[in-house]
Design a protein around this ligand. Structure first.
Ligand code: ASP
Length: 413
């Protein structure tokens, strides 16, 4: 335990020094030196860490979810946990966009801005939302594994796990083997996380060297609005969810959880954060693996409160730049589409901005506006990913306590 805490502290130190170093290098180092640092040191070190944690996401999700589904055994209970977590995920996302819209309407981040539109930007085509549901069923599970299609892997693993239990004794050796592979994956992530301080430093300082903070300036009101709503979501919504729904102490949660937040911040990817998120939820917050193996990968794919907040604020902001007034009906439409869009948003860097096209299109806001917010999206992506993964863990704690499965001794330790 002591070792863990000191690793978490090292990661925090890496984050802070990465930001400071990045800003100093951006401001004072010659461009040639910065290019050299990025190309020869920061890129390789950051990528090695990132690839390391991505390496185990697919096998970990597959094996742990098969074991999880098999160990819950009872299909009814699996359905109940699935139902509860989906309701929680959808409600908190709708709540997140609602706060974002209320706040953006108060602050009016886009009023009085005189921005010229970049003409060369072409928005990506918005996916059709029903396809997201249909595509959850894999036609070829091996292809889903190869491509890392998370929802398809989840569906296949659950069916596989449930069928293992339905057949029973005869296939027990296979279940044991899968559970051994799962253990190996967990060991691997423990080893990879030892390199996290270096990886986090490299990833973070690279962003700040190449961007600095001045990219934020023209859109400072937009950025600050999003940051405030993200903070409100974490403190108010998650704090109350833990206290009133989960009936646990929120402070304990955040004390143990911040190392996961740092990994989310530096990787900008909910998917890449799955292994650490599962690990902390299980070992430090006391959620049984049978639940984390299901709710965390699912959340990483379908629950994106931070992304929905960005989309809510961006919709109001872009509408204001174009001099459009959004009616109440249009705003309700934004809540609905941003909530649905979050289901279809992959947990990878920059995915949320692609889905923003879908939200804007639904209410007739010009897609060209995306080009404007794109310039600050790298940094906002880092922050919203923190909220995305935190929402998954809070939901996991809440649901597991409602099932009387949360180990309160571990949680409160
Ligand atoms: N990067 C975010 C995530 O992985 C998705 C997004 O772009 O909003 O959670």
């Amino acid at each position: 335990m002591k070792n863990k805490a000191s690793l978490a502290n090292k990661v925090l130190i890496a984050l802070i020094s990465g930001i400071i170093f990045g800003l100093i290098a951006h401001a004072f180092f010659p461009a040639g030196l910065n290019d050299f640092l990025i190309k020869w040191i920061l890129n390789p070190v950051g990528s090695i860490f990132l690839r390391g944690i991505k390496m185990i996401v697919v096998p970990l999700v597959l094996c742990s979810l098969i074991c999880g589904a098999a160990s819950i055994g009872d299909v009814k209970k699996l359905g109940r946990v699935g139902g509860k977590i989906m309701v929680y995920y959808l409600l908190t996302t709708a709540f997140a966009v609602t706060i974002a819209l209320i706040f953006a309407n108060m602050v009016n981040p886009g009023l009085g801005l005189n921005l010229t539109l970049p003409t060369e930007y072409k928005a990506a085509e918005a996916p059709f939302i029903m396809d997201v549901f249909v595509n959850m069923i894999p036609t070829n599970p091996i292809e889903s594994l190869v491509k890392g299609e998370m929802l398809q892997i989840i569906v296949f693993a659950i069916i596989f796990g449930v069928c293992l239990t339905l057949i029973g004794e005869r296939v027990k050796p296979l279940l044991n083997t899968i559970s051994h592979i799962n253990e190996i994956m967990i060991k691997i992530i423990g080893i990879i996380m030892l390199t996290a301080p270096y990886g986090v430093f490299a990833l973070i300082s690279k962003v700040f060297i190449s961007q600095g903070l001045e990219v934020l300036l023209p859109l400072i009101k937009y950025t600050v609005t999003i940051l405030i709503v993200l903070l409100l979501q974490v403190l108010l919504v998650y704090g109350s969810a833990l206290k009133f729904l989960g009936k646990v102490n929120p402070l304990k949660f955040f004390k143990k959880y911040w190392s996961v937040m740092i990994v989310a911040f530096s990787t900008s990817s909910s998917n890449a954060t799955i292994p650490v998120n599962m690990d902390v939820c299980h070992k430090r917050l006391g959620v049984p693996e049978s639940i984390t193996s299901f709710t965390i990968p699912l959340g990483a794919t379908v629950n994106m409160d931070g992304t929905a907040i960005m989309q809510g604020v961006a919709a109001v902001f872009i509408a204001q730049i174009f001099g459009l007034d959004l009616s109440l009906q249009q705003q309700l439409m934004i809540i609905l589409t941003a909530t649905l869009a979050s289901i279809g948003t992959a947990g990878v860097p920059g995915a949320g901005i692609v889905m923003l096209a879908m939200v804007l299109q639904q209410v007739g806001i010009p897609l060209e506006g995306i080009a404007i917010v794109l310039s600050v999206d790298r940094l906002i992506d880092m922050c919203r990913t923190v909220v995305n993964v935190t929402g998954d863990a809070v939901g996991t704690v809440v649901v597991s306590n409602s099932e009387k499965e949360l180990d309160l001794e571990v949680y409160n330790s």
